[in-house]
Design a protein around this ligand. Structure first.
Ligand SMILES: Nc1nc2c(ncn2[C@@H]2O[C@H](COP(=O)(O)OP(=O)(O)OP(=O)(O)O)[C@@H](O)[C@H]2O)c(=O)[nH]1
Length: 317
């Protein structure tokens, strides 16, 4: 077993590398947080609720010797609806395309059926190199961490997966995040940068804005509601007639729910909840886009959108 704890210096003569990596793992494994920590800016959506990452968001790590493009996928899970099936298809398609897969397993939870389900699927993808990433190491002591590393090693042996590395990291504690990048880079193919320097993601801004609103709308709502919310940004336009040094971006977005009965939950008493969602997501959007924003939110009912292929397409799935 090779568990890395020290950063290595890139050799000066190393060829430039560029390629794609994706993090997989069960919901809440810490994939989005790790993507953010690697990229250094909020691009993927995190939440303490499972399955909030609906869109494939790419974060790009720029280095003098390499460009690492991170594809953040939703968690693979037992599909119960058409949306669930589509999400799993997205995950598998991503696995087949990338240069390296990072399998995230939280340090503070025993390896369970959810992890095994994903690991078995991973074992069937022979060609793509796989790195096991033990996340959230700040939540456990060194003894528990050592046990988890051994369990991950054994899981690989049991299923016939050869981990290229087993790397413990803490995205929140900023531990070993750079090391992880160091270890992923050599697994990428040699080649020039694929994106201009400075790009953090190629996800259309509107999709990222919609995700930020969705993230805010999910907070503090009932357990059954998260899967019933979708957000579509209808329009993003600079306000006309503003002085050049005081721009304002007008954003009009619709928050879709499945049933009229859910409206009250989203809007809250006297509209307070929706107002809070607007304030919170506006701040995030302003931070992301670097410009003051006027955010106009509307709640709409799209009946049973998770089960209706037409609605799914309209909502961007
Ligand atoms: N203490 C600690 N918490 C973490 C760490 N990484 C992630 N978390 C928390 O774990 C929860 C889930 O993290 P996410 O990054 O959203 O997990 P995910 O795997 O992307 O989840 P899905 O989008 O549901 O698949 C959040 O509450 C994070 O704050 C870490 O390194 N340390």
């Amino acid at each position: 077993m090779s568990v890395r704890t020290q950063s290595s210096q890139p050799s000066e003569r190393a060829a430039h590398r560029a390629g794609f990596a994706c993090f997989v793992g069960r919901p809440n494994a810490g994939k989005s947080t790790l993507t953010n920590a690697l990229v250094g800016k909020k691009v993927a959506i995190t939440s303490n609720r499972p399955q909030t990452t609906r869109h494939t968001v790419r974060g790009i790590v720029h280095r003098p010797e390499a460009q690492l493009i991170l594809v953040d996928t939703p968690g693979l899970h037992k599909p119960r609806t058409l949306l669930g099936e589509r999400l799993n298809d997205v995950v598998r398609a991503t696995w087949a395309e990338v240069d390296v897969i990072g399998f995230c397993l939280p340090a503070d939870q025993k390896i369970g059926p959810g992890d095994r389900f994903i690991a078995k699927e991973l074992a069937s993808i022979k060609k793509t190199p796989k790195v096991a990433i033990v996340t959230k190491t700040d939540l456990v002591d060194s003894k528990a961490l050592a046990e988890q590393l051994i369990a991950v090693d054994q899981l690989g042996k049991e299923l016939g997966i050869q981990w290229q590395e087993i790397v413990p990291v803490s995205a929140v504690g900023e531990k070993q995040v750079e090391l992880l990048a160091d270890l992923l880079v050599p697994l990428l193919p040699e080649g020039p940068a694929l994106y201009p320097e400075g790009d953090l993601t190629d996800e259309p801004e509107q999709v990222m804005v919609a995700e930020l609103i969705r993230e805010a709308a999910l907070e503090g709502v009932r357990d059954e509601l998260p899967h019933s919310i979708a957000v579509v940004v209808e329009e993003m336009l600079p306000r006309e007639g503003r002085p050049a040094d005081k721009p304002l971006l007008d954003i009009h977005a619709n928050v879709f729910i499945e049933r009229p009965s859910q409206k009250g939950i989203i809007i809250g008493p006297k509209g307070k909840r929706l107002k809070d969602v607007g304030i919170k997501s506006r701040k995030q959007i302003e931070a992301l886009l670097g410009t003051p924003v006027f955010l106009d939110l509307h709640v709409k009912v799209a009946k049973d959108w998770q089960r209706d292929p037409k609605q799914l397409r309209r909502l961007g799935f």
